[in-house]
Design a protein around this ligand. Structure first.
Ligand SMILES: [Ca+2]
Ligand SMILES: [Ca+2]
Ligand SMILES: [Ca+2]
Length: 190
């Protein structure tokens, strides 16, 4: 049986707090006979010394603001049988970023529904959480004919079969699309 992890929020300043948790050995007789030290991610593993313990009292402090994208869950262990788990609660502090965007191409007179290309973006916040959910939309098409649409997975399709006359004037393959990825929940910018 493991006790539930203690939740700490990322970006919150706990550094001024005397402790965020305390470990205690049953063999501690209060005379300093037990020396506490920590092992685990964020303690003696990278990133180092985010969690530190007072060797005599067992009080655990954090030395910096936590970043969930660096330390998500950690189990810091003082002795073989004493472990405290911390889970860092997510904040929406990452914006979506595009992967490499390749040039899309579509044949002349392609039917509506023909897929042109797929764009992908990622968001470093907690997977499966709304903080990392993204939605794609086309905010501008140049030339301005309503020729393409984008699905929620980032795939772009032909919306209206391209007119041959338009084709003469404008190369379909050089249509410039401007994309935007929006976050569905408000973001914190630090
Ligand atoms: Ca973060
Ligand atoms: Ca985000
Ligand atoms: Ca985050």
């Amino acid at each position: 049986w493991l006790p539930p992890p203690k939740i700490l929020l990322e970006n919150k300043d706990y550094t001024q707090e005397e402790s965020v948790a305390k470990i205690h050995s049953d063999f501690d007789d209060g005379t300093g006979n037990i020396r506490y030290s920590l092992e685990g991610v964020g303690a003696n593993q990278y990133p180092f010394h985010v969690f530190v313990v007072d060797p005599k009292t067992g009080l655990i402090r954090v030395t910096q603001r936590l970043d969930r994208e660096r330390v998500n869950v950690t189990k810091v262990q003082a002795e073989r049988n004493i472990a405290i788990r911390f889970k860092v609660g997510d904040e929406n502090d990452n914006s979506p970023v595009f992967g490499a965007i390749q040039q899309g191409a579509v044949n002349e007179l392609s039917a509506a529904g023909t897929s042109v290309m797929k764009i992908t973006a990622t968001d470093a916040d907690e997977p499966g959480h709304e903080n990392s959910q993204i939605a794609y939309s086309i905010i501008d098409q140049n030339p301005a004919q309503d020729m393409f649409y984008i699905e929620s997975d980032g795939t772009i399709y032909v919306k209206n079969t391209l007119d041959r006359e338009v084709q003469y004037e404008v190369q379909a393959n050089s249509v410039i699309l401007t994309f935007i990825v929006v976050q569905l929940v408000p973001a914190f910018i630090y």
